[in-house]
Design a protein around this ligand. Sequence first.
Ligand code: GFB
Length: 312
Amino acid sequence: MKAFALAGKRVWVAGHRGMVGSAIVRRLAAENCDVLTATRAELDLTRQAAVETWMAAKKPQVVFIAAAEVGGILANDTRPVDFLTDNLAIQNNIISTAHTIDVEKLMFLGSSCIYPRLAAQPMPESALLTGPLEPTNQWYAIAKISGIMQCQAYRRQYGRDFISAMPTNLYGPGDNFDLMSSHVLPALLVKAHKAKLAGDTSMTLWGSGQPRREFLYVDDLADACVFLMKTYSDEQHVNVGYGDDVTIRELAETVAEVVGFKGTLSYDATKPDGMPKKLLDSAKLNAMGWKPAMALKPGIAAAYAWYLKNAA
Ligand code: GFB
């Protein structure tokens, strides 16, 4: 693969205030490039004309699409319009305008929920569209699959260097700690922390605790995104995983240990389990020479430290 230089380029991180976007901004500090950002007040990414005007004025040469309507299993299950419509609008606007203004390279970010609910594990890139999706996040999944196809279409029809990366479940600094809309790892940190402070004897998890999840620390994802932007140029999306997974119960036990919560775990069976397992096969990325640095327990400790300092 031909190497792509970031040095000296105008690099726009769409969604720079989110957990992923802020990690990419941190990682780009080492790349000697000019990082462009826009707050929601400055630019509503769901409005095509606003995106066209902003991009024509700022002329980014490289774009990371880390902006999206995201959330955990309950948010996905209860707000299908937002997860489908807002995400399609954001990616349509940015990808089509990137073509219009001749952006040199663009990365679209999706999620491991694009794969079929019961895909053989671990899930390679070729598993895409081989079976029914997980009902709780099918709207987000369809939006993200569309984004992959949009980038492929612009490669084929216009020769654009637009690539896609599919991260597994992410966690770390800048995460969303709101219990109703967050993902599981930050939610368990908040629940264990509050239970410890309150002297509670138990904390309640959603679902059965049996599903398995793979967790990648967000700064590792950011490093993989920069690595791929500099080295990868092809139409197939690339999985970015950690390499192994744990049950939700095992996750909760580790979180309780890190937080210092000594109580028991109880389970709210009225909440959905979602996919039984969604471990990515990251062999394609690993073969290119990239692997994650942060293991789960120290990563949880770092996320908890960030939460205590910024969100508790
Ligand atoms: O992280 P999570 O919300 O999303 O849920 P998914 C993971 C698992 O953790 C589910 C369980 O089995 C939940 O039932 N869980 C236990 C909890 N306690 C809690 C809790 O307090 N909060 C939450 N949120 N979960 C998402 C997709 O699926 O994965 C998104 O819906 C995206 O679209 C994201 O793809 C990466 O991993 O199930």
